[in-house]
Design a protein around this ligand. Structure first.
Ligand code: SAM
Ligand code: FES
Length: 354
């Protein structure tokens, strides 16, 4: 196993059979070695810096009906809300004062916000805080729409691919949502010039090792600047309410593999990871992650953005979350930095240069 892990670090690739061995091995020493190499690589590129992104959950209205998601349109029990542009700007200003230099605007696909309104918010954040990056995570749009937001000043875009296997994708989504369009969006985003983030849910219903290998192969080929992965967690008002959650162990193992596959990637230890284990985010950083995304949404709406059950930090103020995370992160030998935390371009892997 050790040789395999060294090969992954050196060549940034493995055969499918080798990926399978690594994903299925139950040797605790090998998994510890994998995490150790991932942290070493992360320190070589980013030192002990941890980038923070202030997450503003702008709306929980969504026109989509993803089977796993608590804010899907057919969840009649979701208490819907949307923030006004003024409220979003107030969150951004508060975040700026707390040291955030990236504001992430995330939400369901909510046609209530026109493209002009979205662009106005982006421009206003950039005008008030020119040293801040703006990340969007507002779902599938046309290429023209992505171009418009980019021209307004958006820097990054997060759009998880969820699974890179088309048949699996169709079991997690209604028929009108296709992997083909998700991939089209990701290609458009990258070509336009966004720092682009994709990623899969770990342990989603029907997921097999084969699917995860397909995900890793996709990540290797697409070479995104960011990868957001987190465990699937059931939500009580969705069709997947009785499905098993993804595990901490597999999420950590995948974080380490992704760090070795894409050494320079911006890799968050996500809220979902912190939800399935009280130390989940710290463990994520100790497996190779280098980003955390504390919540900047107003306290009144947090408990309504319930993608999954038992989500952490739903009752806290932004400042509390930031202080709590900063203390936890220092305790494990890393430090939060006040920095945009842009992607650092690295050298090409050997499989691309030869
Ligand atoms: N609408 C945007 C989109 O589709 O990219 C952004 C919001 S969406 C709620 C953000 C992410 O939440 C999804 O990409 C999905 O991976 C994650 N998510 C949704 N439901 C989840 C669940 N039950 N467990 C874990 N993650 C979930
Ligand atoms: Fe739209 Fe989850 S179904 S954000």
């Amino acid at each position: 196993m050790k040789e395999l892990i060294d090969k992954l670090e050196r060549e940034r690739d493995l055969t499918d059979a080798e990926f399978r061995l690594l994903l299925e091995c139950d040797d605790a020493d090998a998994v510890a070695y994998l995490a150790e190499r991932a942290v070493a690589v992360r320190k070589r590129v980013y030192g002990t810096d941890v980038y923070v992104r202030g997450l503003v959950e702008v709306t929980n209205y969504c026109r989509n009906d993803c089977l796993y998601c608590g804010i899907r349109r057919s969840n009649r029990n979701a208490e819907r809300y949307r923030l006004t542009p003024e409220e979003i700007l107030a969150c951004a200003a508060h975040g700026y004062d707390l040291g955030f230099r990236t504001i992430v605007l995330q939400g369901g696909e909510d046609p209530w916000y026109s493209d002009e309104a979205i662009c106005a918010v982006i421009r206003a954040i950039k005008a008030a805080h020119p040293d801040c990056a703006v990340t969007l995570s507002i779902g599938e749009k046309s290429r023209e729409q992505y171009e418009t937001y980019y021209a307004a000043g958006a820097d990054r875009y997060l759009l998880r691919h969820e699974t890179a296997d088309a048949a699996h994708y169709s079991r997690l989504h209604p028929p009108e949502l296709t992997l083909e369009n998700r991939m089209r969006c990701l290609r458009d985003l990258k070509e336009i010039g966004y720092q682009t983030g994709c990623g899969m849910m770990v342990g989603s219903p029907y997921q097999t090792t084969e699917h995860l290998i397909t995900d890793l192969r996709f990540l290797r080929d697409f070479d995104p600047q960011m990868v957001g992965i987190g465990p699937f967690i059931p939500q009580h008002d969705t069709p997947f309410r009785d499905e098993k959650a993804g595990t901490l162990e597999m999420t950590l193992r995948l974080l380490s593999i992704i760090r070795l596959l894409l050494p320079n990637v911006l890799l968050p230890a996500t809220t979902a990871l912190g939800t399935i284990d009280p130390q989940g985010r710290e463990k994520g950083l100790l497996a190779g992650a280098n980003v955390v995304m504390p919540n900047l949404s107003p306290t009144e709406v947090r408990a309504k953005y319930l993608l999954y059950d038992n989500k952490i930090c739903t009752g806290h103020e932004a400042a509390e979350c930031m202080n709590c995370l900063a203390a936890r992160i220092e305790k494990i030998g890393f430090r939060i930095v006040t920095d945009r935390g842009d992607y650092r371009k690295g050298d090409k892997p050997t499989w691309q240069t030869t």
